[in-house]
Design a protein around this ligand. Sequence first.
Ligand code: SAM
Length: 318
Amino acid sequence: MSAFVELFCGLGGVSESVRQFNCVHSDERALNVIRAVDINRDCAAVHEHNFGLAVDCRSLESMNLHEITATHPHQTWWLSPPCQPYCRRGRGQPQRDRRCDAIQAITRFLARSDTLPSVVILENVPEFASSQDAADLRKALGQREYATWSGDLCPTQFGVPNLRRRHYLIARRDAGEVASPRIAAPTRQWNFPIASILDEDAQTAPELWVDRAIVDSYRTSMDIVDPDDVSARAACFGSGYGKSIIRSGSYLRRGDRVRRFSPTEVARLLGFSPQFRFPDRIGVRRRWKMLGNSVSVFVVRAVLESASPAVARSAGPR
Ligand SMILES: C[S@@+](CC[C@H](N)C(=O)[O-])C[C@H]1O[C@@H](n2cnc3c(N)ncnc32)[C@H](O)[C@@H]1O
């Protein structure tokens, strides 16, 4: 099994992807999550509840990253740094945004350290690709002789009725080139309809229903999905779902009323398996927030497929 390190682990979308990846690859390609780091205690609690690994609840920029590389000779690092500094809504000046300190510290480590992970994978919003932080990271990886692939991927390219375009970068130190993730041939049908992810319990949850007056005011800007329409797809769910009415995710038409997707439904759309659960004490708003910061498990699995040959051979230079 190859050592896998989940940095900025959040609630564990990448650990969930690894768990599903390992169900298909119970061979030498299987991945073993040895470490997960996230500064947020709620995220750590959900991660631990599901994956049983004690999350290192610290800021990455305060850590000595040699601590991580010292434990296993060949490692894959997954990086999902905060996207708000780069995305249109939260756009500021990333170089002066403290939320970028951790990715900048990791880049400095990759540029200078004499012990390096064999594989580095990064996921972020598409706008990250044109940032100075991305340029610095690419430069460091190039200087340390990583081969890279980068591009934007969306679950819709994998037959999933959910928009979530994200930028991915795969870097391998033990191979001449990195294969791009395999995208499904386009068809006119989704792999599953929205109706199949509906949670019957959600119908009776009062906090999910949207007031008629709000629907009347925002009708033209809300993305309202009819689950009986097999061609329907949901918008990207962001961390503000349940707080902001527009541009934070889709709504469901149920008869003459409209309701939000429940956290269980959002998790299903992202590809989490039924065994994934939140601790009872985590309320619905915080569940939406964490899911909005998470990943499409469908896409991450495809990215792992592409990056895994390096993991399997694990014989490259350090
Ligand atoms: C985009 S989310 C990643 C989500 C994750 N991939 C998932 O599936 O839930 C970014 C995460 O980075 C964490 N984070 C932000 N700044 C951090 C820092 N300086 N050190 C460690 N973690 C940090 C946040 O708490 C958040 O959970």
